[in-house]
Write a protein that binds this ligand. Structure first.
Ligand code: 13P
Length: 340
């Protein structure tokens, strides 16, 4: 394992108040989002949309790494320039989603296990050769009646750690993403309890399987009340409970924590990240950053609508969200900035 390279890459991903742009939607997920806006669900539409993202001028000022999908890492701009080169030239480290998606967990109604370990060592080698320097694996944990079960948490944590160790062997920084979902009417406290148990189990497994904590990024959910829970706590309350949960569970050796947005609105995700940094930044051992997909892309996608004429305006919207999130890392994402 090249410890120094891994540590350097992980540090760079978390440095300078930048964050990650997740643009690794699988084709079915991408199509769902396109369909809602009447955008054709074709290879060319997916390619054109990803070209819009990677060619956004100035993106590298706020984004340290972009997470690609297997199709996307092999694609090029219309003029033939590979997306990996476009990103690298913009100072953005290319990353790759390597899990094969969350499937039903046998014997556990309502719960999922993420697959993709078979053949992973060989795929990681190929992605490294293609220029990727970090990877992502997402585990999904639902809250509901009697769930999450202990077994669901254990098997997902085990898979995340096996993935992380394989990534580091191949020279890729693993982004370890255990996502406790927002779906449901559960309380903030239930989300805290589930998130704490999940994170504790994930780090037990990472240590057990000899992952290098200095050479990884954690991508957790924020601690939030369920989407349809009648009690929706304030931005500051969410910031406090989230950071306290992380302080109890995440070793100081981890260089960066980059939140997923998970279905929060773009502005709310930024506001909550901002509050965490305003209230805690000077006292934290790790950087509190972002690795958003929807909360960076959604406004741009809605403007683009699959039309060439809208590309520039969509890029402006993308850049705006990226800048707001960089400001949120500094605790400087104000209402005035949001309106610019
Ligand atoms: P969201 O920010 O849209 O939750 O996506 C992050 C991600 O990469 C999910 O795996």
């Amino acid at each position: 394992m090249n410890t120094q390279n891994l540590t350097d890459t992980a540090k760079t991903l978390a440095a300078n108040d930048k964050g990650l742009l997740a643009m690794d939607e699988s084709n079915p997920t991408c199509h769902k989002r396109f369909a809602k806006l009447g955008i054709p669900q074709t290879v060319e539409a997916r390619r054109a949309y990803r070209e819009l993202i990677v060619t956004t001028p100035g993106l590298g000022e706020s984004i340290s790494g972009a997470i690609l999908y297997d199709e996307t890492i092999r694609q090029q701009k219309k003029d033939g320039t590979p997306f990996v080169k476009v990103l690298t030239d913009a100072g953005i480290i290319p990353g790759i989603k390597v899990d094969a998606g969350a499937k039903d967990l046998a014997g556990h109604p309502g719960e999922k296990i993420t697959e993709g370990l078979d053949g992973l060592r060989e795929r990681l080698l190929e992605y490294f050769q293609m220029g990727a320097r970090f990877a992502k694996w997402r585990a999904v944990i639902a809250i509901g009646d009697g769930i999450p079960s202990r077994s669901c948490i254990e098997v997902n944590a085990h898979a995340l750690a096996r993935y992380a160790a394989l990534c580091q062997e191949a020279g890729l920084v693993p982004v370890v993403e255990p996502e406790v979902l927002m779906d449901g009417d559960h309380t903030l406290e239930r989300c805290r309890a589930a998130t704490e148990e999940v994170l504790r189990t994930v780090f037990n497994q990472l240590n057990f399987q000899r992952a290098l904590l200095e050479g990884m990024i954690l991508k957790p959910n924020m601690v939030l009340p369920g989407l349809i829970c009648p009690m929706q706590e304030s931005v500051d309350a969410v910031a406090d409970i989230t950071v306290n949960c992380l302080l109890r569970t995440i070793p100081a050796a981890v260089p960066g924590i980059a939140f997923l947005s998970g279905g929060q609105s773009a502005e709310l995700a930024s506001a909550r990240l901002n509050a965490m940094n305003v209230r805690f930044k000077s006292r934290l051992p790790w950087a509190l950053a972002f690795s958003f997909a929807r909360a960076i892309q959604q406004p741009a996608l809605e403007i683009w609508q699959g039309k060439e004429a809208n590309v520039q305006a969509a890029q402006q919207a993308l850049l705006h969200r990226a800048r707001c999130n960089r400001a949120a890392r500094r605790g400087e994402c104000t209402a005035a900035l949001e309106k610019t």
